[in-house]
Design a protein around this ligand. Structure first.
Ligand SMILES: NC(=O)c1ccc[n+]([C@@H]2O[C@H](COP(=O)([O-])OP(=O)(O)OC[C@H]3O[C@@H](n4cnc5c(N)ncnc54)[C@H](OP(=O)(O)O)[C@@H]3O)[C@@H](O)[C@H]2O)c1
Length: 282
């Protein structure tokens, strides 16, 4: 939990862990702005957290226009939790032709964070927490094209077309991209009072896990959910990382600092990823 009263922005606020994050942060007296991707989900969230005062902005993280619009709302920010995440069983792309796992789980959060950089610097000490997944720890799940090629707008599309399959592999890869960009951002912001860390909250019984469950196991969905961590337990790990001061550029597996997959530390790949991603900022 942040120690002082802060302005916090939480994406994926309508989901299992997002709601808990919003409730906890607002309950502790922080000013919380939540992002929902539809008006209906925004209303549900307001009801769920009432009577706590929470401003809910509507925005779809797969839409660049929406991300730019969201970022414009802030001149100062103390905490950004990039918590929105999605899993797609079938391959889909956004308006820019980017595979949706990458669009929602990586690029949306990357752009939002970069666009909010001035607000975070204005709010320093400030923290960015990326909610990632331990699935990225398995490099066999994640393939990134290593062959150098010219970098430009549209290359992210090429990068993500290397593994056109949808489902868990694509999900894991998108979380890896978020982790890698987070490592670089932490370095760039070192010494500014803005920290950037990533956390895997554990395997938590929320909608995204329902979606990942193979059809033949879905009959046992209720049972499976009950055997997993609760959203409160998952959110507690995220909040713990959000509360760390003077710690940056780290990856946490729940509450324990951990080493992420080897590929995530590959500086050449990190550089290439950012070179591909930056053009989407303009
Ligand atoms: N559950 C786990 O075991 C687990 C493990 C590791 C990491 N994570 C990560 O934890 C985060 C929170 O997930 P959760 O477990 O709480 O799942 P969840 O209940 O499915 O919540 C996901 C949230 O992301 C939002 N979202 C999805 N697509 C979006 C888009 N295009 N634009 C804006 N928001 C969008 C959802 O909005 P709607 O309410 O409109 O659907 C929802 O608020 C995610 O990043 C997930 O990948 C989860």
């Amino acid at each position: 939990m942040m120690s002082q009263k802060s302005i916090a922005l939480v994406t994926g606020a309508t989901g299992g862990m997002g709601r808990v994050l919003v409730r906890s942060l607002a309950g502790a007296g922080n000013t919380v702005v939540a992002v929902a991707r539809s008006a209906a989900r925004a209303d549900e969230l307001r009801e769920a957290v009432a009577p706590l005062p929470v401003e809910v902005l509507i925005g779809d993280l797969s839409s660049r226009d929406d991300v730019f619009r969201l970022a414009q709302r802030f001149t100062t920010l103390n905490l950004l939790i990039n918590n929105a995440g999605a899993h797609f069983r079938h391959r889909t792309v956004n308006a820019d032709g980017i595979e949706m796992h990458v669009a929602v789980n990586y690029l949306g959060g990357y752009l939002l964070t970069e666009l909010l950089r001035p607000a975070l610097l204005a709010g320093a000490p400030a923290r960015v927490v990326n909610v990632v997944s331990a699935s990225l720890a398995d490099t066999r799940q994640v393939k990134i094209r290593r062959r150098p090629r010219p970098v430009g707008l549209g290359d992210l599309r090429a990068l993500t077309d290397v593994n056109p399959e949808a489902g868990f592999t694509a999900y894991a890869r998108s979380k890896l991209l978020t982790l890698m960009a987070g490592y670089r951002l932490a370095e760039e912001l070192d010494g500014t009072g803005v920290t950037v860390n990533s956390v895997h909250p554990g395997v938590v019984g929320t909608d995204i896990v329902d979606d990942m469950t193979p059809a033949y196991l879905r009959l046992f969905g209720g049972l499976i959910k009950r055997s997993l961590l609760t959203p409160e337990e998952g959110a507690a790990s995220i909040l713990r990382v959000a509360g760390l001061s003077g710690v940056t550029g780290r990856y946490f597996d729940r509450d324990v600092e951990a080493r992420s997959s080897e590929v995530s530390y590959d500086r050449a790949l990190q550089e290439r990823l950012l070179a591909i991603s930056r053009p989407y900022l303009s």
